[in-house]
Each structure stands twice: as C-alpha cells, then as structure tokens.
Design a protein around this ligand. Structure first.
Ligand code: ATP
Ligand code: MG
Ligand code: MG
Ligand code: MG
Length: 474
C-alpha cells in the first residue's frame, strides 16, 4: 500500500486541527436520542442541533471520524464503493467560515496533504432549480477555479445530486459541492462538458466537501435563509484508501482485504468445488463487518426496530453459505479479525468481544431452527405440486421467516416454479396496509419509525426481505 488507512486518518485529523478545528469524539452508531434515525449514517447526524442553533457546539470549527451505517445502500453492496458500514472523516464550521474556506481547505488537503494530482479530481456543484426557485451555485464554480481546478473538471449537477437535506420535511438544507476521483478509462467514458458524468463506476465520490447550510425549508415547500450559515463535510475513509492506492474496489483496502481473504480461504476449504462468485464473498465481508460493528455497539438481533438489521444481515450470510454448502463456516475467525482492526480505534470492540460472539452464535443457532421448521413446512406445502403459489411463498417468508432466496433455491432444486407475480402482489398489498410506503429516507436518513411500523404489522417473524430495508432507493 502506498498509503494506509491509518495514515489517512492521521493526515486528515492533523490537517483540520492545524487549521483551527477542534477534534471531538465520535458517537455510537446507535443514536442516543434520535428516534427518527435508524443508525448514525453521517458525521453530521449526531450534531444536527448545532445547525439549527438548538444546541451550541463546543467550538465553531469541529472535526472527527464517525463510524456510519447505511442500510439504504444495501442493494449496491458488491459494487466498487458502497459498504453498509464505513467511517466518515468530517469537518464543520458553525456560523463561521463558508464556501471559500471550505473549498480551499478541501483542495489543499487533497492535492498537498494526500498528493492527488489535480487532473484526477472533479468537483460537482449545484446547477440551481427554476422550478424550486433555487439559485445556481456559481460562487462555488468560481472558488474551485480560483484554487486551481480546471473549469472542465467542474460539473454542475441537478437538485437530486447536489442539494442536501433537510433530514425531515422541514429544516436546514443547502447546495453542496462534492469531489470525485477519476479511476481511469478502463472504468468508463470520460466526462466531457455537458455530457454524462458517470458516478457509478469511473468517477468515485470521495468527499462531500461542503454542504452549505444556508436555507431553511418551510412546511409550504418554500425556502427562507437560515439565521446563520454552516458548513458540513464528510469523506469516506474506505473510498479514500481505495482511490489513493489505485485499487479496484473497497474490498482491496488494508482494513477489508484480510476479512475477504479469511472468507475466501474458508470457502475454498469447506467446499473446494464451489464456484462462489467474488461478489458473494464481498457481500459476506461487508455484512459480517457491519454485524460486528452493530453487536459491538450493543445491538441485539430481533424482529423489530434496530435489532432487525443485524438479524437480517446474519440470516443473509447464512443463506449464502448454505447455498454454497459451506454450513460449517467459522464465523468466529471473521468476527475476531474485524475486532482486531477496530479495537485500535474504538475500545469497546475489545471490551465487548465475548458479547459479540455470544450474541452472534445465539442468532445463528436460532436461525438454524427457523430453517429446520421452514424446510419442513415448505416440503409439506409443495407435496404433489409443480408451482409454489405467491400466497404460500408470502406465508413462508412472513410467518416462517424463510428468506425469499431460500424459497427460490428450494424451488429450483425441486424443479418447481414460484408465482412471483402473485408474491409481489401480496407484498405490495401488505405494504399498503402496513404503510411501508412511508419508509422514505429524507436526505441520507434511515427511518426507524417506518421499520417499527413494518415490524409491528407482522404477527410472527418479519423477514419480508431486503426489499423492505431498501424500498426507498436514493
Ligand atoms: P454515493 O452517491 O456514492 O452513494 P453519497 O452522496 O450518498 O455517496 P454522502 O452522503 O455525501 O454520500 O456521504 C459523504 C461521503 O461518505 C461520500 O462522499 C463517500 O465518500 C462516503 N460514503 C457514502 N456512502 C458510502 C458507502 N455506502 N460506503 C462507503 N462510503 C460511503
Ligand atoms: Mg449514497
Ligand atoms: Mg452522491
Ligand atoms: Mg454525496
């Protein structure tokens, strides 16, 4: 590695401290006093009240490293750069400096601190919205040019991409400017002014270098200026480590690669003939890492609220392993490796080691009971049939806790088909009654209420599946 993630943390924190930012400690990924949020999903989430003035920050400029969980990204896991857990390098200015200094600080840190050639960097800015009566952010374009970014590397983007927040219906929000790293032509078409800017593969977003909080969204949908302006920034540690080392994906970085390798090695020895795809290995790595973080923070798997996520992730891993006939997988080794890494930065990983293992093992055991029951049930349901009806599949998923994947595999192995259309209709119908459609995530938020509502509406077990955790898109 040219530069380790450890070095990146140090360079980031030292840089902002040198520039008069007070380092504050991180918060638990489980929000302490915020029922509107499932898990802490950004550095700003625990600091929300500083932007509105409800609370006074310990200094006008702050910085820290915040572990984040984003279940909303679950469908993207296995791509180059989305993880369900990551660490965010954050910096803030409350009622102090604004666009000019924020952009200067970001550009200097990237080009001098991390020595990224500026040719590799692109910045997106808000192009304005006539419909919403919001001005284009021409100021940021000028500042990026002034600090040294070529005009052809500054990309105006619409509301959906470059206007942040509010986290709820109303509240502080504003245009943002984000920095992307060009990973090269083998990953896609080059951006030309006015053309498509491919942020899925070639250009990887590394830093939301400034959300310029300056507006307050009102209940009638209009905006008024905030009492004071603030800056919120967040950079992904894993993405910086990936791009600075010119790696193909986050799974190759120093903190994740050992986990991937342990899983690969175990898979190879448990079933040498299996052709388990790389993508599944990556999903296992991501999910087991996130589960370890959640259990370390004290989460307990359950059918409701926050406990639903670790349960869902553990069951997903078990389903993948069962599919490739790797039932004797040694999870302990993987969890210990995750703990080894994080305990360097967060002491509760070592303190809670035993609890992490105990809770995890208990969950795996209870899931094997679910699978046993569910398999007996599915066998009975399918006797003498060639099709699994949508209604039956729905019952197996919602009342018996079988993952839909599992039912699909069962059907395939037994030469049966599933009435997927009817199943989808059942799910849709069910969502309507339980108002799952309300699971909208404002900004990058996760709604705990929606999850609670979902869980409360099922009688026994609630594994309708990933669809529900991610039904909001982004
Ligand atoms: P993307 O568009 O790639 O999903 P985002 O715009 O949702 O990212 P922000 O909310 O702006 O991300 O978060 C700030 C930074 O956190 C991003 O620039 C990125 O570096 C990092 N980040 C966001 N989501 C993830 C994720 N799922 N995995 C790893 N890093 C992430
Ligand atoms: Mg995102
Ligand atoms: Mg983005
Ligand atoms: Mg962003």
């Amino acid at each position: 590695y040219k530069i380790t993630s450890d070095e990146i943390r140090t360079i980031f924190l030292e840089y902002f401290q040198k520039h008069n930012h007070k380092k504050i400690s991180e918060s638990s990924v489980i929000p302490e006093n915020d029922p509107t949020l499932l898990f802490i999903n950004s550095g700003m989430a625990p600091l929300k009240n500083y932007f509105t003035g409800e609370e006074v920050p310990p200094a006008s400029n702050l910085c820290n490293i915040q572990p984040c969980i984003r279940t909303i990204d679950i469908d993207d896991i296995g791509d180059r750069h989305h993880l369900t857990s990551f660490e965010m390098l954050g910096s803030w200015s409350f009622n102090n400096y604004f666009k000019e200094d924020a952009i200067k600080l970001a550009f200097e840190l990237l080009t001098e601190g991390f020595k990224i050639p500026k040719e590799k960097l692109y910045a997106t800015v808000f192009m304005g919205s006539k419909e919403l009566n919001l001005e284009p952010d021409t100021e940021s374009i000028e500042i990026w040019q002034k600090v040294g970014m070529d005009r052809s590397h500054i990309v105006p983007q619409p509301f959906e991409d470059n206007f942040w927040g509010p986290t709820a219906e109303t509240g502080p929000c504003g245009p943002c400017t984000e920095v992307f790293y060009d990973t090269g032509e083998e990953f896609g078409e080059a951006y030309v002014e006015g053309g498509v800017f491919d942020t899925k593969k070639r250009y990887i977003e590394i830093w939301n270098a400034g959300v310029f909080m300056q507006l307050n969204k009102l209940a009638d949908g209009t905006y008024e200026p905030l009492k004071f302006k603030s800056v919120d920034t967040g950079a992904g540690l894993e993405r910086l480590t990936m791009t600075l080392n010119k790696l193909n994906s986050v799974y190759e970085i120093d903190s994740l690669r050992p986990i991937v390798e342990i899983i690969k090695k175990q898979c190879a020895s448990l079933n040498p003939d299996s052709d388990i795809p790389e993508q599944k290995i990556n999903i296992l790595s991501d999910h087991l890492r996130t589960v370890t973080i959640l259990l370390a923070a004290g989460a307990v798997p359950s059918n409701t609220g926050r406990g639903y996520v670790p349960r869902k992730l553990i069951r997903k891993c078990c389903t993948i392993l069962a599919k490739y006939k790797m039932d004797n997988f040694n999870f302990q080794e993987v969890l210990d490796r995750v703990i080894e890494h994080y305990k360097k930065y967060y002491s509760h990983f070592e303190t809670n080691r035993k609890q992490i293992h105990d809770v995890f093992n208990k969950e795996v055991e209870s899931y094997s009971a679910v699978l046993k029951d569910g398999t007996a049930r599915i066998e009975k349901m399918c006797e003498g049939k060639t099709t699994i009806s949508g209604k039956d599949a729905f019952v197996l998923v919602t009342s018996y806790g079988l993952p839909f994947d599992f039912i699909q595999d069962y059907a395939a192995e037994h030469g049966m088909t599933i009435d997927k259309e009817e199943y989808d209709n059942e799910i849709k119908h069910h969502k309507e009654i339980s108002k799952l459609g309300n699971n909208e995530e404002g900004g990058s938020g996760n709604s705990l209420e929606a999850l609670k509502g979902m869980a409360a509406n099922f009688t026994k077990t609630v594994f309708v599946g990933y669809e529900e955790l991610s039904c909001t898109g982004h």
